[in-house]
Ligand binder design. Structure first.
Ligand SMILES: CC(C)(COP(=O)(O)OP(=O)(O)OC[C@H]1O[C@@H](n2cnc3c(N)ncnc32)[C@H](O)[C@@H]1OP(=O)(O)O)[C@@H](O)C(=O)NCCC(=O)NCCS
Length: 196
């Protein structure tokens, strides 16, 4: 697919460019990323450049994964975070730079990307996060994702592992959830180990 821009009330979700590599590298020094994401670690500017100029364009072209830069509308030079929809397994993934957390930007971005996914006719978007990632879970929960339990992560983490992860599903308006009967009663978990 050709990359395209999404907009919401405060945000513009558009393409990462070479100019983002410095700020992306700075955001990705956050020690929490070592544990919550599958990005290279330690994270170098060459990792950001490879991601922006090679991986992301290839994934768009192959309809493998659609990745957007998250920016405040009117501030095109400032990269806040990144959000992706992985076409191959209908999952959503995201991170927000530490200075921009807690403003509801990520919730707004996830809402917009899921709205677009549903507009394409897909019936479900799935979410996963390592057990204990309450910040990520808060977003999924508040957008109405239904918690479906703990399963190994779909992504490969350090050392080739697939650690236990919380999973949840958001169903498009008017569609029947595939898992409702079995999972609807599961309460969202809470952890004593919040990550932020
Ligand atoms: C997960 C992450 C993107 C959340 O970003 P954020 O900027 O805090 O998100 P928002 O401001 O949009 O917050 C959305 C909701 O989460 C809540 N929240 C944020 N951090 C929280 C925490 N540590 N514990 C509980 N709730 C939290 C907010 O209060 C808000 O809830 P509300 O809508 O009911 O008020 C950010 O913490 C991050 O990038 N973490 C590291 C990378 C990561 O873990 N990515 C997800 C991998 S699955």
């Amino acid at each position: 697919m050709q990359p395209f821009t999404l907009t919401s009330e405060r945000l513009t979700l558009d393409m990462l460019t070479d100019d983002d590599s410095e700020l992306m590298t700075a955001h990705c020094q956050d020690p929490i990323f070592e544990h919550t994401l599958t990005i290279p670690w330690p994270y170098a500017k060459s990792d950001a450049e490879f991601f922006i100029t090679t991986l992301v364009p290839e994934w768009w072209e192959d309809d493998d994964e659609y990745t957007w830069a998250i920016r405040e509308t009117g501030k095109p030079e400032l990269l806040l975070g990144v959000i992706s929809f992985r076409v191959y397994n209908d999952t959503i993934g995201y991170w927000m730079g530490a200075p921009f957390r807690g403003k509801g930007f990520m919730k707004e971005a996830v809402a917009e990307v899921t709205r677009w996914v549903f507009s394409t006719g897909r019936a479900e978007v799935r979410w996963e996060a390592l057990v204990g990632n309450e910040a990520s879970a808060a977003i999924a929960k508040s957008l109405g994702f239904v918690y479906t339990g703990v399963e190994p992560s779909s992504s490969e983490y350090r050392g080739g592992t697939h650690p236990p992860s919380w999973w949840a599903t958001l169903t498009a308006p008017g569609e029947n959830p595939s898992d409702t009967t079995e999972f609807a009663a599961l309460p969202w978990p809470s952890s004593t180990r919040p990550m932020r």
